[in-house]
Design a protein around this ligand. Structure first.
Ligand SMILES: Nc1ncnc2c1ncn2[C@@H]1O[C@H](COP(=O)(O)OP(=O)(O)O)[C@@H](O)[C@H]1O
Ligand SMILES: [Mg+2]
Length: 222
């Protein structure tokens, strides 16, 4: 059993994961928690190279190769970064983790759920999050936020029907995970303002840490 607390951030692209991880991290640091923030893919030096290959490569990545590369990234991440941080009493916040494989490679790409379950078990080395926040927003809103983030104005929109359907399957899979595991996986309505969503995050995370990480604040002399 680890001493720290492992919290993961999930949701479709543009749902607000990275924004809310940053906001929560500052809030928790102010409150004196020992924190490590990380992401998948790319939380380790090896992972950063895999991330580059997966997200920026010239070559079309075969879906099975993609599934296994994400698993390799996760194995390195868990064994060299996440578990050691938890064992030394840190709170670990990760931008994506195992549920992303279920949503993207399972529901999105269509790999069978027993294969996905095996790969997740192997890649995570059995380590599941203590708490998972799923940022839930429509595909249209998420897409509009990403266009804005990337500074795309009006020109041709390559977000075609196939992609809308893909991201809709991913979103639905996340919602299903929250329904199946309501204690670990908390669905957060992320359609409102950043402030509104941040307030929802705080409402869930602070009581959770009060219960599960009471001894994990940095020792502070006042
Ligand atoms: N509630 C919100 N309302 C409006 N814009 C938002 C909201 N949440 C995030 N954004 C913006 O949307 C974009 C995508 O958010 P981001 O946190 O990068 O999403 P993700 O990491 O899930 O892809 C960013 O430019 C961010 O500032
Ligand atoms: Mg992000």
């Amino acid at each position: 059993m680890h001493r720290g607390v492992f919290i993961t951030f999930e949701g479709i692209d543009g749902s607000g994961k990275s924004t809310h991880l940053r906001l929560l991290a500052s809030e928790l640091r102010l409150r004196g928690y020992n924190l490590v923030t990380t992401r998948e893919p790319g939380g380790t030096p090896l992972g950063a190279r895999l991330r580059d290959l997966l997200l920026r490569g010239e070559e079309q990545v075969d879906p099975l190769a993609e599934l296994l590369l994400y698993a390799a990234d996760r194995a390195q991440h868990v064994r060299t970064l996440v578990r050691p941080a938890l064992e030394t009493g840190h709170i670990v916040l990760s931008d994506r983790y195992a549920d992303a494989t279920v949503a993207y490679q399972g529901a999105g790409r269509g790999f069978p759920s027993d294969l996905i379950a095996d790969i997740v078990r192997i890649g995570t080395d059995g380590l599941m999050p203590d708490l998972t926040l799923v940022f839930d927003v429509s595909v249209a809103v998420a897409h509009a936020r990403m266009r804005k983030r990337n500074g795309i104005e009006k020109e041709e929109d390559r977000f075609e029907r196939e992609e809308v359907e893909f991201h809709t399957r991913v979103r639905d899979a996340y919602r299903q995970l929250a329904a199946q595991e309501p204690t670990r996986v908390r669905l957060i309505d992320a359609s409102g303002s950043i402030e509104e969503t941040h307030a929802r995050v705080i409402e869930i995370v602070l009581p959770f840490l009060e219960e599960n990480a009471a001894g994990e604040k940095a020792a502070r002399s006042v």
